[in-house]
Ligand binder design. Sequence first.
Ligand code: HEM
Length: 409
Amino acid sequence: MSIPTTPVPEAPFTIGTPEFSADPLGHYAWLRENAPLARTELVYGPVSQPIWILSRYRDCRAMLTDPRLPRSPAGGAAIAAGLPEHLRLLSTESLIMKDDPEHKRLRTLVSKPFTPRMTAQLGERVRELANDRLDALTDRDVVDLRQDFALPIPYTVISEMVGVAEADRPRFQDGVAALLSDRSAEGWDEQVGDLITFTRDLVARKRSAPGDDILTGLIQAEQDGDRLTEDEVVAMVFTLVIAGYETTYNLITNAVVTLLDHPDQMTRLRQAPDDEGLWRSAIEEIVRFCGPVGGTKPATAAEDIDWDGRTIPAGSTVMPLLGSANRDPEAFDAPDRFDITRSPNHHLGFGYGAHFCLGANLARLEARIAVQALLTRSPRLSLAVPRDELVLEPMPLWTRYHELPVHLD
Ligand code: HEM
């Protein structure tokens, strides 16, 4: 069979530039309409890489279960190429960049605390943290809801689950913030390198003083049957901590912005704090409409692939744009309408297929309890700055506000 040779269109813009980040939805709409499979560049700090992007819902979904598009080894290597040698394990050793059977083996090792039953048991703790934060903030005229409320809740929860001691959390959080900041900043390598050394140290300390936590479980798995290397343990700690709070605190922040933008829907939620069904559909709609993650980790074409008559050459890096799929009018009725009763709602905000978000139940639980506590305790919640002063950070494929100043009362 001969492979068709229709050229893949070049997108007339680059993902990750301030221009793209200023209007991702406009760019997504253009892509879906004009170039559902396109070639472009992905810019991240000083690193730029060529990338093939898919923007329609059905293509994104199909791609995420297509065996011709595995993650490793080239996908991990593509990200790792932008990192100094001593940091590459963060990408190459993480389960998010592996395929079966390694992926399954790593995922099985950490899955247990994330089942719906185990997650539900965390509800009380999340409620306590949300109320403690609100207690601490009541006297302030202006509160940065992102930093002072949305962030500490999931960060504390995931740190407790993984086993990062309270005294170590500020240092770990600073290191992670550096890791996710501009890679061209001075001292970036050293700061992130220091974080890895610190994590290796944490693993060593946990070896001699085991606890009832995920890290201890991983170390025991490593000792039992040579099933995990130390690099894998370190990468797993990073993956869990970063995935466990960076996403969720932005989801909570984005949820509040979106509800303030849609006061009728906010009132509806306020009036029905115990309506399980309504809250469930509201959280799914929030993830669809303003979920923080706009794309998955890249895959690599294992062979020349015929995609709707166009060729993705072997070795190409390919990424589905989840943020675009979630606004595709072919998949969602009136996709730009925020509707907390939307059903069904098969969004891709938590990914799809083998790498479907491990922490989706936890994220839903945390977002729901945090937003519910806030709406109940702050009946007059309002922005403390004009709406157009809320700025999105120019991060490729992330919906992340720089800050969210509000009056709680
Ligand atoms: C994977 C989104 C919260 C842990 C993913 C993926 C997405 C996602 C889109 C797929 C990535 C890919 O295919 O490359 C989100 C969002 C969250 C959230 C939007 C919150 C709003 C969490 C939490 C945890 C978590 C709370 C807890 C630890 C993970 C892990 C993976 C993952 C470990 C990789 C799974 C694998 O490779 O098998 N998440 N996530 N996430 N998420 Fe989340």
